[in-house]
Design a protein around this ligand. Structure first.
Ligand code: BGC
Length: 753
């Protein structure tokens, strides 16, 4: 009884403390709004326009200071020297009329100095807590350099590996992307935005950019409102719910409307439906580019369309600073819209505590950069992000005590800048540990380690003679570790590919290693899924490491020698052939789905009649399935899923579905499995996806150990935007799987009434 009273009492206390927290927040918010009112009432139109203007650093610091003193700049990007930042900030705070601090921004995409795996790799961990920790570390290092705003997380659903920016994304799935995005937002913004180690997050690119036609950057998208709402918008909504302070519009036009001029998205959805009270910035020159789109007649028209659509800050197209005054004088832009934009910008500055703490402690950077715990977190993330795709005869992990020599080869074995991946302006190759350095440090005293890059970089074409010499050399070693992939510059913004085979002579290199007759372990370090079907046959094991960052080397060597066990799962479907793209697991149910017994090109008799061709949805030359499905990844152990159960057979839309299964580690090593819960809505008012990921968890088990894995899925998570464009759970029958990837496992059935 006493215990019960205590529990009840502590419940009351928790409630009370939540209440006072939220009271405190409301009071703080009210105070901020009052200070904004007061400030705006004292601002000239020119000073207001100045706040909406974001520039990159250019010219001398003094030239910039002059503009800042005049109140012409609200935010700067790409200054990273703490002393310079303090000088610029002094011009704003102490020498401009109103003393409004600058907001200093930078693309801190997957780490600052300590570089974490590219976001696609981070998504492969299926470990939001670890990703949150990575973002926190990035914020600690970046804020020490004076940066208080990052242009991350990138939340573009990416179902096209030709698109170079897939590297910056969390892959193809809205549930996984939402979880990763929310984790990053929490990590960047920390306990409170006004903590000097917090940086404002920016959810980008709003929206649909990942669906650029033919995977070519900056290209058009044609997503229906239903697709936007069911697939592309949810990660942004989650980021907003998790407090993302800013949001960036995207470069693409969707259905003919450039995002930077899309009032429906920026006002209706973002502000009215989601209640976003942060700030919207354009992408670099995306307001000005509405002229190239032919959506605006000139830069003045572009300024008018952007601000009236709901953009608050113009990154680098100067259209606000050039034209807003005239537009207001002419009455085509209401000054109240400008006030609202300035209010949104100032709110971010107040929340970050910039008015109270505008300057940086320049000594902090030396204390925090590359702190041992940062490097350890980067190593762990690289380890969890690697996906084991093949392990014939359980060749991995290698037993170092059973080997005398190892040949390390390939252009990515010792390429520190390349393993950092795209968008790493502040990463330093000198502080990056490559696989070659890591194996030498860990096993140099025990193993004879040979090294031959064969190709100097991933695209290099090497001669047949060189490959033959490599085969001969490899034959004299006990095992070959091949590191291939893509240079960092082959993915990321504006780096799209039409052909996703390994570049240069790398496939030939793998084949040459195979000809040595020795065990071949291949590690692919890349910014995207590559079409590696032909390479798999030539390697005993293949570990896929999306560019793994500063500590990629030690992480991979630990995995190869069994000091760690792979647990990464694919955040994106791997195609057999580029022509299958877009290929993703959550496709709509078609009228003629592939049955799995379709004839392929070589099997079709010459002269066959039309009816012998299957009449289902597949490619004659690539079949129907992917090379590897979303969610797939092997381990050094094996897992068995059993006893899939639900707590009930029927639920109301307001109830919670409790699903469980028994997971057993049936192998010989302690290992972690990413357990995934998928649902299919059998019949909808519009066609539904064949499966959708709804939840996941990482479960670690010792050999032989079993555990009941339980998920609580609110039935409202089954809601979607149906025929009447309302979001609701439609009653009916559903299938539910708990499995190790998106293609395997048995299902149970339930109904929503
Ligand atoms: C990219 C953005 C980035 C911005 C600022 C643009 O080219 O599309 O993602 O944040 O530049 O560097």
């Amino acid at each position: 009884m006493i215990a019960r009273i205590l529990i009840l009492l502590s419940g009351v206390l928790i409630l009370a403390s939540c209440q006072s927290d939220s009271n405190r927040r409301n009071t703080a918010d009210a105070q901020i709004e009052k200070r904004i009112d007061e400030l705006i009432s004292r601002m000239t139109v020119e000073e207001k326009i100045g706040q909406t203007n974001q520039l990159t650093v250019y010219g001398t610091t003094e030239e910039l200071c002059e503009k800042i003193r005049n109140g012409e700049i609200g935010s700067l990007l790409n200054v990273v020297d703490p002393a310079d930042i303090n000088t610029l900030q002094r011009a704003a705070v102490e020498q401009s009329r109103l003393g409004i601090p600058l907001l200093i921004a930078r693309d801190v995409i997957h780490g600052f100095r300590t570089v974490f795996p590219i976001p696609l790799g981070q998504a492969a961990t299926f470990d939001p807590a670890l990703v949150e920790q990575g973002a926190r570390i990035a914020a600690i290092e970046a804020s020490a350099a004076g940066i208080r705003w990052t242009f991350s997380p990138m939340l573009d659903i990416s179902r096209d590996p030709r698109w170079g920016r897939i590297a910056e994304s969390a892959g193809e799935d809205p549930c996984l992307t939402s979880a990763m995005g929310a984790a990053m937002v929490r990590g960047y913004q920390g306990e409170g935005a006004d903590d000097p180690t917090s940086i404002a997050a920016c959810a980008k690119h709003f929206v649909g950019y990942g669906a650029s036609e033919s995977g070519r950057d900056y290209n058009s998208t044609n997503l229906t409102e239903r697709q936007l709402r069911n697939v592309y918008l949810p990660p942004f909504e989650q980021a907003v719910r998790n407090g993302a302070m800013t949001l960036m519009t995207s470069f693409n036009d969707n259905d003919g409307i450039p995002s930077t001029g899309n009032r429906f998205l920026l006002e209706e959805v973002l502000r009215n439906e989601w209640g976003f009270d942060g700030m919207v910035v354009t992408d670099w020159n995306s307001a000005g580019e509405m002229v190239s789109h032919g959506f605006a007649a000139d830069t003045k028209d572009a300024a008018m369309k952007a601000i009236n659509a709901g953009v608050d800050m113009d990154m680098m197209s100067h259209v606000f600073s050039l034209h807003l005054k005239d537009l207001i004088d002419e009455g085509t832009v209401d000054e109240r819209r400008l006030d609202e934009a300035v209010r949104n910008i100032l709110r971010v500055k107040f929340r970050l505590g910039l008015f109270e703490n505008p300057y940086i402690d320049t000594a902090r950077i030396a204390r925090v950069t590359y702190a041992p715990e940062h490097l350890e977190a980067a190593r762990r993330t690289a380890e969890e992000s690697a996906v084991l795709l093949r392990n014939e005869g359980n060749i991995l992990p290698l037993d170092a005590s059973a080997l005398r020599s190892v040949l390390v080869a390939g252009p990515m074995a010792d390429a520190p800048a390349e393993q950092l991946g795209t968008w790493t302006f502040d990463g330093e190759p000198d502080h990056t540990v490559t696989p070659l350095a890591a194996i030498r440090a860990a096993y140099g005293d025990r193993l004879h380690i040979g090294y031959n890059p064969v190709a100097a970089y991933s695209r290099e074409k090497v001669t047949a003679a060189k490959l033959a010499a490599f085969t001969a050399q490899a034959a004299s070693y006990d095992a070959i570790l091949l590191f291939v992939g893509e240079e960092a510059i082959l993915s990321g913004e504006a780096h799209c590919l039409a052909d996703l085979n390994l570049q240069g002579s790398q496939s030939e290199l793998i084949a040459a290693a195979r000809r040595s007759g020795k065990p071949v372990v291949t590690v692919v370090m890349a910014g995207r899924p590559l079409t590696i079907a032909r390479d798999l046959a030539n390697t005993d094991a293949l570990l896929y490491s999306f560019h793994p960052g500063t500590m990629g080397g030690p992480a991979l060597i630990d995995l190869i020698f069994g000091n760690a066990v792979p647990s990464g799962k694919l955040p994106v479907t791997f195609p057999v052939a580029t022509g299958q793209i877009p290929i993703y697991y959550a496709r709509n149910m078609t009228g003629r789905p592939a049955a799995g017994n379709e004839l392929l090109l070589d099997e079709i008799p010459v002269g066959a009649g039309q009816t012998s061709l299957g009449c289902t949805s597949y490619h004659l030359d690539a079949g129907f399935g992917p090379l590897f499905p979303f969610g797939f990844g092997l381990s050094y152990s094996t897992f068995e899923y059993a006893d899939l159960q639900l707590d009930k057979e029927a639920y109301l839309p307001t109830e919670t579905i409790r699903a469980s299964c028994r997971l057993t580690n049936t192998g010989k090593r302690t290992a972690t499995e990413v357990v995934q819960l998928y649902v299919r809505d059998r019949v909808g008012s519009t066609v539904r996806p064949v499966k959708e990921l709804k939840a996941f968890d990482r479960i670690t088990l010792e050999p032989g150990q079993s555990r009941t894995v339980e998920f609580e899925l609110p039935a409202e998570d089954l809601a979607f935007w149906g025929l009447d464009m309302q979001k609701r759970v439609e009653p009916g029958t559903f299938d539910l799987w708990i499995a190790g990837d998106s293609q395997s496992g048995n299902s149970v059935t339930f109904t929503i009434n």
